[in-house]
Design a protein. Structure first.
Length: 257
């Protein structure tokens, strides 16, 4: 029985919604290419010279061959572990199998999600259609789980963000409404405005918040072109990014912050 059939239902998380398998990625291709390099190097500088000069004179080549064989074996083991990885999305959570470990994550236990994506170009100009994703999940117990580009994709991000909205948004909106600060990594929002480190930009001075090319821009009202960006940061430094965008847009579109 394959893994999919074994995980159709989970005693805690409910019914299986989606299974994500490893895909060909930069990380996987790098590991495979490194393995092939060590195998070729071992044959060219280890095995072939050893056949030519013989064992007594070829001890150095023997060491090279055995060393490359050992490294190649380790890399093959890593590749097998990568290809055996699985992520199962259930009604109430995730089961993530990687590196011979299994993590069970209930959606209601997730308190923070960092997300990163990178789009690749040919000759730095022409998009080649390949985008990699990475998600970092933090649970209530403080543990972090990284789902890297081998399994992560845009569809998984939609599942994660949907569940975050469902489980976190009500409490975060309530905290804001009663006057508490709501933190999204290095950015905090409150009734007073947006706070970064020791600086606060009041809501009435915020023109808009944009996300472009992997960066988040907080634009300031009535400012010169050079001073338009009050704050700029990488989106990967902001956790629960889409909740942050939704909450700030709602505040900015309301008559009274």
């Amino acid at each position: 029985m394959n893994q999919s059939k074994q995980h159709l239902n989970h005693p805690i998380l409910g019914k299986l919604v989606k299974e994500f398998r490893p895909k060909f990625s930069r990380k996987l291709s790098t590991t495979i290419n490194s393995t092939l390099v060590f195998i070729c190097f071992g044959f060219v500088f280890g095995v072939f010279p050893l056949f030519i000069v013989g064992l007594p004179q070829g001890s150095f080549h023997l060491i090279i061959g055995l060393g490359c064989l050992l490294v190649s074996g380790v890399l093959v083991y890593v590749i097998i572990n990568i290809l055996n990885g699985r992520l199962f999305v259930y009604d109430k959570g995730l089961v993530y199998q990687y590196h011979n470990k299994t993590r069970v994550i209930n959606f209601s236990d997730i308190v923070a999600l960092w997300q990163y994506s990178a789009r690749y170009y040919l000759y730095f100009i022409i998009p080649n259609g390949r985008t990699t994703y990475e998600y970092t999940i933090q649970t209530k117990d403080g543990n972090r789980i990284i789902i890297d580009e081998i399994i992560a994709n845009e569809e998984l991000g939609k599942y994660l963000n949907y569940e975050l909205f469902k489980h976190l948004m009500p409490s975060l909106k309530f905290n804001y409404a009663v006057g508490q600060e709501v933190t999204f990594g290095e950015i905090t929002i409150s009734k007073h405005g947006i706070k970064v480190k020791n600086a606060t930009l009041p809501w009435l001075e915020v023109e808009r918040i944009d996300v472009s090319a992997g960066k988040l821009y907080i634009r300031k009202r009535n400012s010169s072109w050079l001073d338009k960006n009050w704050y700029v940061t990488e989106v990967s430094t902001i956790y629960n990014l889409y909740i942050f965008i939704e909450m700030t847009n709602t505040i900015l579109n309301s008559a009274i912050p």
